[in-house]
Design a protein around this ligand. Structure first.
Ligand code: SF4
Length: 460
């Protein structure tokens, strides 16, 4: 009899966490049982990420560490799933011969049947074909209990072909999920007690559905064409469908973000006032080499529009430093753009070639590591100043916070987030995780707001 205990390890971004929840759902529906202890599992699945060199190295090291399990029990099935599997394909079997299963992001439905085939035989299976329409829309992800926030994937893949990015090759072309299934899932999450939804996609602004037939909540919205649903329409439908939940979304692309989205964010109180808007570089030359399809000027125009329509909206960003042919002038352009926008928060990285991308094939990674590190240091130091500047503006304000958990640094404190996605810590009182409360902000660091709970709940 097949031993159905499985363990899943997750690397990378929110999309991967969401995918792992889908994989768990597929397996549980077929009678497999999840364990949190990999030593007790007979099936070990590693859901991988290939976006950064560091995460790739970490995963390859982890696979190597698992060799001892295979030595002890040759029946153990080891599967590599997700972006690294898609990118490395057969190569991964050559790197390490303990692997039985290599599946790309569109092949998760096959996992139970392949495990059955492999069991007790030393077969190896690879499937990295892309599907034109796989969105896993009918699968309800299996989420951890007692969570406050749930990820809901609305689209998969990306058509943008930024020259540094592996996503179009590991996740394929853009595919939008049926809005009926998205709204049904959001309503289900509300009934289950979740308080916040994060709508996920590699490029949420490209969401587009031609299916039609949306009756529920449609009249309440101002959507004119029922047959074509774009991201601003979907955001509005979700906001109306779950009015007592907070809604966030990620990731936006400056090239695709419409003003209509900004107006929908403004219109609904339950849509959080935060936009993650990666720019990657402040230099037009580098943006063009990256094939970002927008200029520094386009980006600034969009930022001005956000500030005008949503004056209290926070803006965060991704920045890559040391891309091919980045000179000191280009780096300074990035610093100057940061000074102009004063991001609330940024994810900042050193550039490294990713196998398979245009940049890997056609551009030279010609900025030395020493220079990349120095530039990154300057970017991080500037971002710290801006984060502190943004957070300090909240001191003295009363803010609406969703309590998310107990602070890791001090168990006598709760932590939560305001609408702008700032982390707020405050002394624990009689309230509980999941409550929406008002907090008076008294102080801050460059990463956190510090406040006091007022004895007052608030309602969305
Ligand atoms: S928009 Fe560019 S960076 Fe973002 S996922 Fe698509 S190709 Fe990658």
């Amino acid at each position: 009899m097949i031993n159905k205990k499985y363990y899943i390890e997750n690397y990378g971004c929110q999309m991967n966490i969401s995918d792992s929840e889908i994989i768990c759902s597929i397996l549980d529906n077929e009678g497999f049982i999840k364990t949190e202890n990999f030593k007790k599992a007979n099936i070990i699945l590693i859901n991988t990420c290939s976006i950064r060199e560091k995460s790739e190295q970490k995963i390859l090291l982890r696979i190597n560490q698992l060799k001892f399990l295979k030595k002890k029990n040759n029946n153990i099935i080891i599967g590599i799933l997700g972006c690294l599997a898609q990118n490395f394909k057969k190569k991964i079997l050559k790197i390490n011969n303990i692997i039985n299963l290599v599946l790309g992001p569109d092949s998760y439905r096959e996992i139970p049947s392949l495990i059955r085939k492999i069991y007790n035989k030393s077969y190896k299976y690879i499937n990295t074909f892309f599907s034109k329409n796989e969105t896993y829309a009918d699968i309800l992800p299996k989420r951890d209990k007692n969570k406050i926030t749930a990820f809901v994937t609305i689209m998969r893949g990306c058509d943008n072909m930024c020259t540094f990015c592996v996503v179009p090759f590991t996740r394929g072309r853009e595919k939008s999920r049926d809005p009926h299934s998205i709204i049904k899932e959001c309503e289900f999450l509300f009934k289950k007690g979740y308080k916040e939804i994060i709508l996920l996609g590699q490029n949420v602004d490209s969401y587009l559905w031609y299916g039609g037939g949306l009756k529920k909540n449609f009249k309440k919205s101002k959507i004119k064409n029922e047959r074509i649903i774009n991201f601003s329409n979907l955001l509005e439908l979700v906001a109306i469908s779950v009015p007592f939940m907070r809604i966030r979304f990620c990731t936006s692309n400056p090239n695709d973000m419409s003003y209509k989205v900004l107006n929908i964010i403004k219109k609904y109180k339950n849509i959080c006032k935060h936009i993650h808007l990666p720019v990657q570089s402040g230099s037009n030359k580098i943006l063009s080499l990256m094939n970002r399809k927008h200029t520094r000027e386009d980006y600034i125009l969009l930022i001005n529009k956000i500030n005008k329509i949503l004056p209290n909206c926070s803006i965060s960003c991704d920045i890559i430093t040391g891309f091919c042919n980045e000179y000191e002038y280009d780096h300074n352009e990035t610093l100057n753009l940061m000074k102009l926008v004063k991001y609330n928060f940024s994810y900042m990285f050193i550039y490294s070639h990713r196998i398979g991308t245009y940049a890997y094939k056609h551009l030279i990674d010609n900025v030395s590591l020493e220079i990349k590190k120095r530039r990154l240091k300057e970017i991080i130091s500037l971002q710290r100043k801006h984060s502190y500047f943004r957070l300090s503006k909240s001191i003295g304000n009363i803010q609406e916070i969703l309590i998310e958990g107990i602070s890791k640094k001090n168990i006598n404190f709760f932590y939560g987030r305001n609408s702008k996605n700032d982390i707020v810590i405050f002394p624990k009182k009689k309230f509980k995780i999941g409550d929406f409360l008002k907090v008076k902000i008294n102080n801050c660091t460059s990463a956190t707001l510090i406040g006091d709970l007022l004895n007052e709940k608030y309602y969305l």
